[in-house]
Design a protein around this ligand. Structure first.
Ligand SMILES: [Zn+2]
Length: 262
């Protein structure tokens, strides 16, 4: 049962769920602004709830490069009925996590597509140290463009802040508007400002679920972070700020890391 839940969370997280602010990307700076800069492969890290999906979308728009997420790759391969997709489907229906080798092969195929030549945002991959080493080895082969190593940026939000973001979340069942009891409460407690419907809380937006997910996240991410930190290719961005300010912090980290690692 535990592994089944973990398998579900794997796909869910890797999909880079986007927050309510995703729509802002249209008004963000144009893709042309980042055209002289070669971002290369950028691994974006962040615990559930830090706003990683929103930030990934902003980077995609700014740099005009694709986002590569394990969730999308898995769904795409399954939908197209590829050999790897069929294998993954079988593993997932058994409630298990898709193994490194299968995920690695999916990424390997994806990185051979033309849209990756200026770089890409990696989301949910590499998730383990073995995957990170595989990726580093793979893209060191000159057939993979751009010929740049992976740099990693982690969006960091304090534990208490993240807990409030998640346990404070309330959703209007009628219009789907999302509130937060702490940072964006409705005018009348528990009632939607727009239509008066009673707000609801998602079943997994609770502290015990949050604590469990954080533990899993920390345990999984630590070796990958240590790997890129040791290589001098890791930076943190403060996620306890507005979407725009976090975006600036991430872009600064990317530029800094890319100057240092060629
Ligand atoms: Zn409503």
């Amino acid at each position: 049962m535990a592994s089944l839940r973990r398998a579900a969370a794997f796909v869910d997280d890797a999909a880079g769920r986007t927050g309510p602010l995703t729509n802002n990307s249209a008004s963000h700076s144009t893709a042309s602004a980042g055209n002289d800069f070669l971002p290369g492969p950028v691994l974006l890290l962040g615990a559930p709830g830090v706003g990683k999906g929103t930030q990934a979308q902003l980077l995609v728009t700014k740099y005009g490069i694709p986002q590569i997420s394990t969730g999308d790759l898995l769904r795409g391969n399954i939908a197209r009925g590829t050999e790897l997709g069929l294998k993954a489907k079988e593993i997932m229906s058994a409630g298990l996590l898709v193994d490194d080798e299968t995920v690695n092969q999916m990424v390997l195929h994806r990185l051979q597509e033309k849209d990756t030549h200026r770089g890409y945002i990696l989301d949910g991959y590499p998730r383990t140290l073995d995957q990170a080493k595989f990726l580093d080895r793979t893209i060191a082969d000159p057939i993979f463009l751009p010929r740049l190593p992976v740099i990693a940026v982690s969006i960091v939000v304090s534990y208490d802040q993240l807990l409030k973001r998640i346990t404070g979340r309330r959703i209007c069942p009628a219009c789907k508007h999302i509130y937060n009891m702490y940072s964006n409460p409705p005018k009348v407690a528990g009632v939607c400002d727009l239509d008066g419907a009673s707000l609801t809380q998602r079943g997994d937006d609770t502290e015990p679920v949050f604590v469990e997910r954080m533990k899993t996240f920390d345990a999984q991410t630590a070796p990958v972070v240590a790997h890129y930190r040791d290589l001098g290719r890791f930076e943190e961005a403060n996620g306890d700020q507005s979407v725009e300010t976090v975006n600036v912090a991430i872009e600064q980290a990317i530029v800094k890391l890319r100057r240092a690692s060629r």
